[in-house]
Ligand binder design. Structure first.
Ligand SMILES: Cc1cc2nc3c(=O)[nH]c(=O)nc-3n(C[C@H](O)[C@H](O)[C@H](O)COP(=O)(O)OP(=O)(O)OC[C@H]3O[C@@H](n4cnc5c(N)ncnc54)[C@H](O)[C@@H]3O)c2cc1C
Length: 408
């Protein structure tokens, strides 16, 4: 064992840094962050735009400066930082296998916090047909090229998607002299809210909702993309790149390789109200729980999970076996997906976070032991955060279930 810590935090983005700093603030002695990148900051490091940091640091930062601010916060709090180290397996009792240019090491801790974030879905997992030319990338890759290498891989890309990150992609293109030929969203409506949705039109870029990318053409580089519009007509757009934005999924490869597994729906680890997984030595926070939230949200979540881990170390027992929170389709996910009787005095999660798979109108309700305790009728939109307060009685219930009745 090269390192034996009180707590190891895997991932040094906003959630991981906030958890580590909070642990130190609460007197936990040996806290180590392990991150595979050369610097802390996570996904914020390559964002050349604002806004970041208002609620956690009281001022606005651009993404890269916010990443550096996180790095300073970790150093000031006395957190040990191991960058350039990848955690490749999670063992029982907090034993981790870590690789670095020095080779393979074993590390262990009394508690481990997983804060590995989320990533956009690449082409291979979207089943987009056509040629396989250079120039089909995600926003994260584009922003890394631009921020770390001063490279802009295309001048006239097609942007696919209309989540918040899609507008971040559009701004990155415009800021680096590229002019997208169009933005397309397969749903009949934009996924982000106004005023973001006004951006393409303000920039004079065609924005097609209900339009699908059906083919990519190009031998070496992208030469064109075929899209099917909402009315069924097929258009061929000359372009030199395809920018696949959003469709985030938790970075949970590590969990899939371990006994921990992932929760159905969120594809991240199942946690209880304290951020604790089934294995009581492991906790999680930030975007690995559910794609995808803002940096500020992930930071605050990480801080609360850090506080819970500190309390747990002082208490020393895990509480009883958890109850799994059930949910009906088209609810996509519920976090926390586990509830434990005898959890910590101050739960890290006061609300259930829900997402829907698709746009749907109807009644969402929460049942404890088969009895309805909360309900609301609304039009529910995909990729929008829905919060339902966790009633104290839920921690003692034998069954907890979210029902959905769709209105025709
Ligand atoms: C293109 C883009 C634009 C965005 N724009 C904004 C914005 O304007 N405002 C805003 O508030 N938010 C924005 N966000 C969202 C914000 O970046 C995230 O919400 C935030 O970074 C999530 O924090 P996190 O700590 O959960 O995960 P991340 O920031 O993703 O950090 C996870 C860390 O874990 C590390 N890691 C993963 N696996 C391992 C492993 N096995 N071993 C070691 N380390 C590992 C990664 O290297 C990474 O550093 C944007 C995101 C993207 C992708």
């Amino acid at each position: 064992m090269s390192t034996v810590a009180d707590v190891i935090v895997v991932g040094g983005g906003p959630a991981g840094v906030a958890a580590a700093v909070e642990l130190r603030r609460r007197g936990v002695k040996h806290v180590t962050i392990v991150d595979r990148e050369p610097h802390l900051g996570g996904a914020t490091r390559h964002c050349s735009h604002s806004p970041f940091g208002m609620r956690e640091f009281g001022r606005l930062y651009f993404g890269a400066a916010y990443g550096r601010r996180l790095e300073r916060a970790a150093a000031a709090a006395g957190v040990e930082v191991l960058t350039g180290h990848s955690v490749v397996s999670l063992g029982e009792q907090g034993a981790l296998t870590v690789t670095s240019p020095r080779g393979v090491d074993m590390m262990s801790a009394k508690r481990v916090v997983i804060a590995t974030g989320a990533r956009e879905t690449p082409r291979s997992a979207r089943f987009i047909s056509g040629d396989r030319p250079v120039g089909v990338i995600t926003t994260g890759t584009l922003q890394s090229y631009a921020a770390f290498h001063g490279l802009m891989p295309f001048r006239r890309p097609l942007i696919v998607g209309s989540e918040l990150v899609s507008y971040s992609a559009l701004l990155t293109c415009l800021a680096h002299g590229a002019r997208p030929v169009a933005m397309v969203e397969p749903n009949p409506y934009a996924l982000a809210r106004a005023p973001f949705t006004w951006l393409p039109r303000l920039a004079g870029i065609p924005f097609h909702c209900g339009a699908e990318l059906i083919d990519i053409v190009g031998q070496n580089r992208v030469e064109a993309a075929k899209i099917r519009l909402e009315n069924g007509t097929v258009q061929t757009l000359a372009c030199d790149g395809v920018l696949l934005t959003g469709c985030f999924t938790p970075e949970s490869a590590l969990l899939l390789r371990s006994l921990q597994g992932v929760a159905p729906g969120s594809a991240g680890p199942a946690i209880d109200q304290d951020g604790r997984m089934q294995n009581p030595a492991y906790f999680a926070g930030g975007n690995v729980l559910r794609a995808v939230e803002t940096a500020g949200w992930s930071f605050r979540e990480g801080r609360r999970v850090g506080a819970a881990v500190a309390e747990d170390l002082a208490r020393g027992t895990a509480g009883e076996a958890p109850v799994t929170v059930g949910f009906d389709s088209p609810i996509k996910l519920v976090v926390p997906g586990l509830l434990r009787r005898n959890g910590l005095a101050t739960p890290a999660f006061q609300d259930f976070q829900l997402r829907f798979e698709r746009r749907v109108r109807g009644c969402l309700s929460l049942e404890l032991n088969g009895r309805e305790v909360w309900s609301r009728k609304a039009l529910w939109l995909p990729e929008r955060r829905i919060l339902v307060p966790i009633p104290p009685a839920a921690f003692k219930a034998g069954s907890v279930h979210f029902r959905f009745t769709e209105e025709s």
